[in-house]
Unconditional design. Structure first.
Length: 403
């Protein structure tokens, strides 16, 4: 099988996903086109260089609807001969775009691809597209649907994680993110978003709150307790599914959950011939990809079984992995991953994660692959694994190896 290589990875800064966020006036289309142009220019690509642009975005309505991938190609400096594919695997959409592109290359369906994604959460509200599992009672009742925050609290209850553990992880995420920015660890990957006059709009992740400490987090009320305990009483629904739980321990709040932000990311993937044609040096080989379905009520445990799957598929053990990026959708997701594999927390999310910097749904999967690769190069590590939990009960993973 043909090898698939990562030749480049970049992202925009994450802007606060609200009206006073720096990226709020930038459309999903424009931010996507800016990201594609940056990747094209940085690698001196011909406009028709790649086979396809595969672009993840979760809330595919309004400006993010209508095959945004193709619209982004047409709005960019890429040639109109390049098609576009918009995909949605919820929070793993950006990662699935990368995995799909890699597997197309590995299967011989083209030499090069651009993959990534976008989400403008301050402009297109999460959930505004509707979702059958949430709104159709014939499915929601059968699957014991609860919102994701309740699912995160179920994980905490089931696996014994405390509020202090979750808050400690959140404080550390903020500390690591600040340290990474202070040390210019993102300098190679983060592009400066500029307006039409060339003036800078945003050049840093603006959601970060480095002053966060245990005391400030301790003052926050659990975000999902009321929806769990008061009608419609999602706690009761959860305990119908898990009767061994006497109650749900609500430990998550805005400070130990991922931030709502705007952002975009892109990864350049190709075979050996693609790199030779454009004079590019491969940074990593995509060694394996995986996806899996899991229990849709607890929902967010996917990183554990999908990691088992990708390791088994590639004849590897968890000890073979040097570094991990586990998306910080909620603190309990990362705590469960660390518990399940008994991995050293110092090898997980070395430069902070979505609790500190935010989680632009359709872009995050591509972002953490780039972050993982940058850190592997900085710390001279060989093998890395990126993984995310996914709404409705799924998991996705990408295994990369430096070359």
């Amino acid at each position: 099988m043909t090898e698939a290589y990562i030749y480049d990875a970049l992202r925009t800064p994450r802007g606060k996903g609200r009206k006073d966020g720096s990226l709020h006036e930038v459309t999903s289309l424009r931010l996507s086109a800016l990201t594609l142009n940056a990747l094209k220019e940085r690698n001196n690509l011909d406009g028709h260089a790649v086979e396809d642009v595969i672009w993840g975005n979760v809330t595919q309505v309004m400006e993010q609807g209508g095959c945004l991938a193709r619209s982004a190609v047409l709005a960019s400096d890429l040639d109109e001969s390049i098609p576009g594919l918009a995909i949605n695997r919820f929070c793993a959409s950006g990662m699935e775009a990368v995995n799909l592109a890699a597997n197309q290359v590995r299967g011989g369906a083209g030499d090069g691809y651009i993959a990534g994604g976008v989400e403008m959460m301050g402009r297109v509200a999460m959930g505004s597209d509707g979702a059958a599992i949430a709104v159709d009672p014939t499915l929601a009742m059968e699957q014991y649907f609860v919102p994701q925050g309740i699912s995160a609290d179920i994980i905490a209850t089931e696996y014994g994680f405390t509020r202090d553990q979750a808050d400690t992880l959140a404080v550390e995420s903020q500390r690591r993110a600040k340290a990474a920015w202070d040390d210019n660890r993102f300098a190679n990957s983060v592009i400066n978003v500029r307006d039409q006059n060339g003036l800078s709009i945003l050049d840093h992740d603006e959601y970060m709150r480095p002053q966060t400490d245990m005391q400030s987090l301790g003052a926050l009320n659990p975000a999902f307790q009321q929806m769990g305990e008061v009608m419609p009483g999602f706690d009761n629904i959860a305990m119908l599914k898990y009767p061994h739980l006497e109650r749900i321990n609500h430990i998550h709040h805005a400070g130990n959950s991922s931030g709502i932000v705007d952002g975009s990311a892109a990864v350049l993937i190709g075979n050996k011939e693609f790199g030779e044609k454009y004079g590019l040096k491969a940074r990593a080989r995509i060694k394996g990809t995986a996806k899996i379905g899991t229990d849709p009520t607890i929902m967010l445990t996917g990183p554990v079984p999908v990691t088992h799957k990708i390791l088994a598929d590639n004849g590897m053990d968890i000890s073979d992995i040097d570094l991990f990026e586990v998306n910080e959708a909620f603190a309990a997701v990362v705590l469960r991953f660390q518990q399940a594999f008994d991995v050293d927390p110092e090898r997980v999310n070395v430069n902070g994660g979505s609790i500190a910097m935010g989680h632009p749904l359709g872009a995050t999967g591509a972002m953490i692959i780039g972050t993982l690769l940058d850190e592997m190069e900085r710390s001279d590590k060989e093998t890395g694994l990126a993984t995310l939990c996914i709404a409705s009960g799924m998991g996705a993973a990408t295994l990369i190896e430096r070359v």
